[in-house]
Design a protein around this ligand. Sequence first.
Ligand code: PHE
Ligand code: ZN
Length: 881
Amino acid sequence: MRTNTGQTIHLEDYRPTDFVLERVDLTFELDPKETKVEARLIFHRREGVSPAAPLVLDGDELRMTGLLLDQVEIPPTHFDATDDTLTIRGLPETAPFEITITTLLSPETNTKLMGLYRTNNVYCTQCEAEGFRRITYFPDRPDVLAVYTVNIIADKATTPLLLSNGNHLGGADMGDGRHFAAWFDPHPKPSYLFALVAGDLGVVEDTFTTASGRTVALRIYVEHGKEAGASYAMDALKRSMKWDEEVFGREYDLDIFMIVAVSDFNMGAMENKGLNVFNDKYVLADPETATDADYANIEAIIAHEYFHNWTGNRITCRDWFQLCLKEGLTVFRDHEFSADMRSRAVKRIAEVRHLKSEQFPEDAGPLAHPVRPTKYREINNFYTTTVYEKGSEVTRMIATILGRDLFKKGMDLYFDRHDGQAVTIEDFVACFEDASGRNLKQFSLWYHQAGTPLVTASGSYDADKQTFSLSLEQTVPPTPGQSTKEPMHIPLRLGLLLEDGSEAKAASVSGADITEDVIHLTKRKQTVLFSGIPSRPVPSLNRGFSAPINLHIEQSPGDRALIARHEIDLFARWQALNAIALDNLVAATTQARNGQPVVCDNALVAGLIAAAADDRLEPAFRSQALTLPSESDIAREIGSDNDPDAIHTGRQQILAGVAAAGRDTFNRLMDDMAAPGPFSPDATSAGRRALRNSALSFLVYGDKGPERAAEAFRAANNMTDLSIALTLLAHRFPDAKETAEALAHFKQRFADNALVIDKWFAIQATVPGPRTLDRVKTLMSDPLFNGNNPNRVRSLVGTFAFSNPTGFNRADGEGYRFLARQILDIDPRNPQLAARILTSMRSWRSLEKVRSDHARNALAEIAGAANLSADVSDIVDRMLE
Ligand code: PHE
Ligand code: ZN
C-alpha cells in the first residue's frame, strides 16, 4: 500500500514557464493557528505562448479562500484547485494581469518545517527547495525571478520583531494591538530565497564597510539572553565579507544583512536573500559549551551562507538539476575561506576525511547519482554529499586544470555574464572554456558520471636508461542507471621522491599532458615516461587530493614512510601515513575475524610516533596524523562481506599497539601541549588541544582503569576537553562508576542547554557494542529528549545509526528494526528528517550475509508501510532496487 510515491522529474523535460512573473506583493497577517496570506502576483504571457494556455501554479497543503483576477473574483468555471496545483484559464492574451490569492495557514501545526512554521514561539519560513508553495500558490521553481514587497502584520506584544528580505521600508502601530512592517527586496529572486521571521528575539549588531565604502548594518538575532554566544559568528561574518571582496571581488549588495538562529531546522542553514536562517547549532558558541569543531563549523557555515549571496542568489539555478551549480561552487568557496583562515593542509585533510567517509560510500552504494543528476522523484533527497562535496571537488579540479589566474578569469566572466540569471552547469563550464581557450568537454563527465573512479598505478625504474615509467589505468564503476562509463579527465598531481627525500626533476616527460606537477589522465590506460631520473624514485600520487578518486598502487610500507617523512606537500604526508594505517587495519580485520592474533605493523607505529613527536610540524597536523582511519573507513576499503565486529576488534588491537609503543611520546605531549594561557578558540590553540587530546586518547587506551580519563574530565575548562574526556570514559570504561558519575554531572550542569545535551546524547549513542541499543531506547524517554526537534533526533537516533558501526549493526538485526520503527514514527511528522536518517543504511549491501539479510528485511518493512512520504519511499525504493 503506497501513496505519495511522487512523479519522476526529468532534466530533458525542462522548458520555461508560459507566463512571466513581474512582481510579487505579499501580506501576512500572522497568527499561530490561522495566518492569512494575500499574494498579489503580476504576470504576462510569454511571447509566442498560445492564448489558450492556462496559468498553472504549484501548491502544497493549501487552504485557499479567495482568488481574484485584476481585483475581480474568478468564477469557479475558470479555475481548478487540486492538492498540488492551481490552474487558471481565460487569462489576457498579451496585457499584464494581477492574480490575487488568499490562503490560510496553520504555522503551529506545521511539523514538516517547510513553508511557514513556528519554532520556540517564533514564526519562521523555510522555502528551499519547494516550500514556498506551502505559503501560497506560485510558480515555485528557481527560474522564476521576481521583485518582492512584503507586508507583515502581527501582535505587537508577542511579536515585536518583523523581518523579511531586502531593505526595511517602514512600519507603524495599527492601534489595535497589532503593528506592521514593510520590506522591499530590489534584487529579483526565486521563491526559494524568500524568508520571513517574526517573534521576540535578542540581537547583536555591528557594521561592515564594503570595499566601495558603503556601510552595511549586520544583525544576528538569537533567543533573549544568548546574545553573547553570537559574537564569534559575527566575527566570522565580517571576515567572510572581507574575504569575498579580496579573493572573488564580490561586494555585498543590500544595506542590511541579517542572520536568525532558530532551534527547529531541518538542515544546517539557509541563504535567504539578506535574511539567512540558521540552525542555532551553527551560530551559538562560547568556550564553556562549544568545541573547537563547533567553532570551525560556525565559521564555515556562516561563510557558506554569506557566499551564496553571489553564488546562488545573484546567479541562481535554472532548475533543481543544477543544484551543484550553487552548492558545489559555494562549498568550494567556503573550503578556500577556511583554508585561508586556518591551516590549509590541515583543512584539506579534514575535507578529504569527510569526503571519503560520507561521499565515497554514497557513490559506491544504491543512492549513487551524478553531481548533476538527470532525474529525481523528491528533490529534498538530492541535498547530498555528492552534490555538495563532490560538486566542490569538481570545481577545485577546474581550478587545478586551469591554474589560479585562468580560474579567476573564468569566475569573473561567470559573474559578469550571468548576474541576475538562472543558469546551468553548461553555462558555468562555458565561462572557463571561454576564459581559458581550453576544451572541458571530457572534463564535464565529472558532472554526469556517478561513481568514484579507481586509478590503478604501477611504476618501474630502468637504471640503465635512467627512466621511470608510470602505468596508470582508470575505471569508473557502474552505478544505478549507468552501467558503462567513459574515461574521465583526471588531474593527478604528483611528485617523484628520491631516496634522500629530495624531489626528482625529470628532464622530460612523455605519454601525458603535464602542467607543473599535474599529469592529465584522459585515457583508460596511459603510460607516462619520466627521463633523467638518477635513481629509483618513489611516486607520491594525488598530492593535495587533486582528484576525488580511489587510488591503488603497490607500495611498500617503507616507500610510504619515505613519503610520510619527506613530501613537501603536507597533505601527501598524511595520505601516505593513512595508507600504511589502512593496509594494517584491513589485515587486522582479517586476523580478528579468523581468531588470529592481530599484528601491528612497525612502519605504522614508527610513522605515527615520528609524526606526533615532530615539533617542526604544526600540532593540528600531528593530531590528524595520529587519527587512525575510522571503522567505516576500513569497511569501505574492504568493500564487501563486512563484519563490523571484526573491524572493531582489529582496530582496537592496533590502537593498543600504538598506545603501548608511544607511551613516552604521548606523556611528553600531554605536558608540551598544555594550554599556555586562557582559552582561545583560534586555530593554533585548537590544534594544540587536538594534539593533546589525541595523546590522551592513546594513553587512555593503554589504561586499565578510568582514573586518568576521570581526571581529565575534572580538569577540563572548555567543552573540547570536557567532551573528549567524557567520550573516553563512556567508550573505554562504559561500566565504571566514574563514567556514570561524569555522565550525570555533565547532564546536570548543561540540562538547560539543548545543544550541549545533544553532545551528551551523541556520546552515549556511540558507545561501541550491542548493549548501546538499549541505552538509546532508554535515552529516548529522557525528559531532555524531544522527538519533534531535528537536532535531538539527529544527535541520538541519527548518531547511533550513522556513527556506531558495532552498535547499529548488531548481528541479530535489532539495530535495523529499531531504525525502521523510528523512520515510520518520524515520517508523518517530518519526512525530510526521516529520509535523511534512513540514508544511514546506504551501505547495507556491503555487509556480511547475516546482517545484510536483516537489513534488507528492515528496509522491506519500511517499503511496505502505508502512507509513506515521497521522501522516504524514494530513498527506500532506491536502496532496495
Ligand atoms: N541551501 C542550504 C545551503 O546549503 C541548504 C538547505 C537546503 C537548507 C534545503 C534548507 C533546505 O546552504
Ligand atoms: Zn549551500
